[in-house]
Design a protein. Structure first.
Length: 87
């Protein structure tokens, strides 16, 4: 990933939980591991009771509905996060 992109991602993450308060060096290291994914409107990214998430998703643009039993229980907007943090 380009240095400029890594810095932009680190700056974005620094404004949102659980990343705010991390040192710049830590943010840059995390940002360097980011894989951007694009989803079309209505496309499913995570499935409740499906296979475990393989990543920690952070919304950069747009929004994501969290649905339980066909009911929207939350809407994640930029900075919102869902998934699994790798140890």
């Amino acid at each position: 990933m380009e240095q400029e992109q890594t810095h932009e991602i680190a700056s974005f993450l620094a404004r949102h939980a659980p990343f705010e308060g991390l040192a710049e060096q830590e943010l840059e290291a995390i940002a360097a591991t980011v894989a951007r994914r694009l989803y079309a409107a209505g496309e499913v990214a995570l499935v409740e009771d499906g296979p475990p998430a393989e990543a920690f998703y952070v919304i950069h643009d747009g929004s994501m509905e969290l649905v339980h039993e066909d009911e929207v229980i939350d809407i994640l907007e930029p900075g919102g996060a869902s998934g699994t943090r790798r140890s």
